[in-house]
Design a protein around this ligand. Structure first.
Ligand code: AHM
Ligand code: MG
Length: 324
């Protein structure tokens, strides 16, 4: 079986990009170990702090963020990093070629109940010219510019799913040798599904188009969509996206009116774009409901975005509801 470095070497990934991806994985292996230790290491629970988004931070949010930040800032090929847990982007090495954004531990409300969480990362090329502008601004590129994206799902096994633009591969962490090993090549999202994932408790805050689509799903065979749907909600985007990659489905975190200043709950640069690249590379689709997520022009590093992604024919139905 091929190791991650062998797969990257054979698919034409540059040595520099490979070194950046490998450093992300060094941090992720450490996160996997620490999650496994949990209470034994006294690292479950919440800190006194809030992050820039006004969310309370778990101890493991902070630990995971520091692991990724420290290793990436020491990598000569990394120009800067942006994290869901940091107020501002961080300059790393001026001659670095890559910018890395990450959500160090997504779905962290699941940590204390021993359920699945994950790390999501996205890699962009730093603009070659030394154009004036703040460190934040160099990051503000649309999702189509990503050169790599992936996630590590910490579940019964630790899994890496990633793309460098040549399809999507699945690796399993072999803890005997401390390496991610290719266990499924070229994942493909089934085109059709009858399984949706959405936080139904927000229904009263959704736009009418989203309400209508879910109402029609709930009508089953008798409704306009003509089939009986099943529902899942893990409250961990990495786990939901992984389920969709393996057996199909549609995941939605739409715009809602709880806080009209926010375009949704999930963040474009740390969650929306990397997951969209993975899903599209596996033959699925990804939309805000009105446009492809990867075409959204970011205005700020912490921008939020409505997310509808998964099996391509089902995503097309949700988009059709929004264009009625
Ligand atoms: P986080 O980055 O603060 O962990 O939030 C993102 C998570 C996603 O993994 C998940 O889809 C969603 O938030 C769950 O939200 P909810 O609390 O509405 O169930
Ligand atoms: Mg997150």
């Amino acid at each position: 079986m091929k190791r991650l470095d062998q797969v990257l070497a054979s698919d034409g990934t540059s040595a520099e990009l490979e070194l950046v991806i490998k450093d992300v994985m060094v941090a992720c292996k450490d996160i996997a170990y620490k999650l496994g230790q949990g209470d034994l290491a006294g690292i479950l629970g919440t800190t006194e702090d809030e992050n820039v988004q006004g969310e309370t931070q778990k101890m493991l949010d902070v630990i995971s963020n520091d692991l990724l930040k420290d290793i990436l800032c020491a990598n000569p090929y990394v120009k800067g990093v942006g994290s869901e847990e940091e107020d501002f982007t961080i300059a790393a090495n001026n001659d670095g070629k890559y910018l890395v954004t990450f959500d160090p531990l997504d779905g962290s409300s699941n940590i204390d109940v021993n359920l699945s969480v994950g790390t999501i990362f996205s890699i962009l090329e730093a603009p070659a010219d030394n154009r004036p502008g703040s460190e934040q601004e160099v990051f503000l590129q649309d999702g189509r510019k990503q050169v790599a994206a992936g996630y590590v799902l910490y579940g019964p096994s630790s899994l890496l799913v990633m793309t460098t633009g040549n399809g999507v591969n699945l690796f399993t962490l072999d803890t005997n040798i401390g390496e991610f090993v290719l266990t499924k090549a070229q994942l493909q999202v089934p085109e059709d599904t009858a399984e949706f994932a959405i936080n139904m408790s927000n229904q009263r805050f959704w736009e009418p188009e989203m309400k209508q689509y879910i109402d029609d799903c709930l009508k089953g065979e008798e409704g306009p969509l003509g089939k009986r749907y099943n529902m899942r909600w893990v409250a961990s985007m990495v786990a939901e996206v992984h389920r969709i990659l393996i057996r199909g489905g549609i995941f939605m975190y739409p715009y809602d009116s709880r806080d009209p200043s926010k375009a949704g709950k999930l963040r474009l640069m740390y969650e929306g774009n990397p997951m969209s690249m993975i899903i599209e590379q596996a033959g699925g689709a990804s939309s805000t409901g009105r446009m492809d997520i990867m075409d959204v022009e970011p205005k700020g590093i912490h921008d939020r975005v409505p997310v509808v992604l998964g099996s391509k024919n089902e995503v097309a139905k949700v988009v059709a509801y929004h264009s009625k």
